[in-house]
Design a protein around this ligand. Sequence first.
Ligand code: F3S
Length: 756
Amino acid sequence: MTFDLDMIKKVYEQYPQKIAAARNVLGKPLTLSEKILYTHLWDGAASQTFERGNSYVDFAPDRVAMQDATAQMALLQFMQAGKAKVAVPSTAHADHLIQARVGAESDLQDGINKNSEVFSFLSSVCDKYGIGFWKPGAGIIHQVVLENYAFPGGMMIGTDSHTVNAGGLGMVAIGVGGADAVDVMAGMAWELKMPKLIGIKLTGRLNGWTSAKDIILKVAGILTVKGGTGCIVEYFGDGAISLSATGKGTICNMGAEIGATTSTFGYDDSMRRYLSATGRQDVVDAADEIAEHLTGDAEVYANPEQYFDQVIEIDLDTLSPHLNGPFTPDLATPVAEFREKALANDWPINIEWALIGSCTNSSYEDLSRAASIVEDAVAKGVKPVAILGINPGSETVRFTADRDGFLDSFRKFENARIFTNACGPCIGQWDREGAEKGEKNSIIHSFNRNFAKRADGNPNTHAFVASPELVAAIALAGRLDFNPITDTLTNQNGEEIKLNEPSGMELPPKGFDVGDNGFQAPAEDGSGVVIKVNPESDRLQLLTPFQPWDGKNITNARVLIKAFGKCTTDHISMAGPWLKYRGHLDNISNNMLIGAINAYNMETNTVKNMVTGEYMEVPASARVYKAEGIPTIVVGDHNYGEGSSREHAAMEPRHLGVKAVLVKSFARIHETNLKKQGMLGLTFNNEEDYNLFLEEDTINFLDLDQFAPGKPLLLELVHADGSKDQIVTNHTYNQAQIDWYIAGSALNLIAAEANK
Ligand code: F3S
């Protein structure tokens, strides 16, 4: 048994009393989100209310999950915390580092060969500190978590932004940086600003070509990539109950694409079915005893406007399939309108590749529905046009889908490639032939993210996001504007055929099965396990603590870069080939901000260095300033740091001498990560002040030496002609976070505590 039933029972035992306390202090019916949040307060039962969108609250999550790319830095940090074992059940998953090239068997072996140093490091750290390790090929973290660990009413954090996927089983599951994971694994509270609540009422029922994916694609179109920021999205209504648990997972997964803190659904029969099918009838029995506490109160769902900060209603009866993209997941287009929009925008229509998989859409149900399209096409004599790549979500899904013939269905598809049960193309781990030529082209996939370069590294690849069944249909047609509801395909006999609507199975009728699921349990007593890091390694580097703050104002700082427009964590710390340096801070810092557009020349990775007077790559320029002892700041636009939870995007600037990041607005996880790493994260009081920053400015902080909660900070900009501007900047640091800043990082404080 991989899951921790005792822990779950303990959580449930305390639920009735903690819910009663929450009702008492809040004095109103409760949403599911409030129930989960108020039963997981660090201080035990609620004794006060917390203001949504304002109060910082200490929580006690039940679990931690880490993927291999982020786990390296998280565990390097945990090793510094001085603890013998993790304080809560935790797992690490080897899924991000395996490249998709020719197919699962050889790709997996290549991945193991190339990353053996990292995998052995993770395996031995997990062994030593009581952490479950899911080996390469075991599956994608969020699919594995859903299959093994997620439970209704639980709270977990994970070092990956799609940790939110576990909302499909009724959790509050939140993506965080490695530093947060270190706090929780070290037995400390985890802090979060009390989220606001968005209620989404689903009515009607999915039908025809529409799938759970289309619900979140529609929501993304409504709320945009910023609309969920600081919010938990809670789904309810008859339409919600009619969805499968993995369908709910898909919806929650892409809540990350609207910036939501997380998304969740109330406990229902779909969750009972899924838990039972994945060997967790014990969890169902335990959950059933407190079932009324594991969903929102009836009064809340009857009058949602009274209890949520925002309410959206979506009628599944009339929802149509969508294609979202390119370059942003919130550009939503119903399939019927796609052709016109593509023509108007000059998006390439023909596709060479279609991809099914990622943590978003790689369940048994997803594969079965996509396979039904392929089977139908084969039976009707259609010759597929594009290449179809498949990444099953886990070895359990792969094994079961293979046993039930779905992989054979795909194999009938000329050019189908079954890749490893891993992230692969979703995180740029795709050795796509010809991508280096940078040709303008389109692809379609069932993933969640479609930022430029994300899948194949080519900035001119237009990636569109759709359901697995629509991806399969479009792969057959080889054209993005193929609408399977109205259009026909020509088969090998020259006949016009229409594809049947997808049909699939929510769960395997013969049950899930697997040979080796790829799980490595940790040693009972890990004290004898030795962890080795070669000092010559270019993949792993033991950390040295960041310097504490000297208590003085920052003066004579330079603008390292003024980033223009979208600046995601992919722009700040690019993935793809850089993934291999995730455990080596100095080496990975050579990718710092190389994807950001410099507002002064509108180019990427070329900034003016005021020491040399020359244009240089961003990391090289930062190293020159650092060597000269000149502090730097980064200026940015809206939603700076959106995307992934990787703390590298905060550690790299800290390592290379950046002292502050000043932006119009932050994505939540990144702002917290900056704070954890002892960096100043500031926002403009007046957004127009962004325009005051000139390339050759010198910046002085005027009152940082009086850094205090709620007190804005004043900056002086000295321009090259000697003129000056003074601007007001805001921050959200509370006293505990200011203490991190003073100590040099949150980890410095933890280590000091452990060493007392
Ligand atoms: Fe992996 Fe892509 Fe999900 S990188 S965890 S499959 S978003």
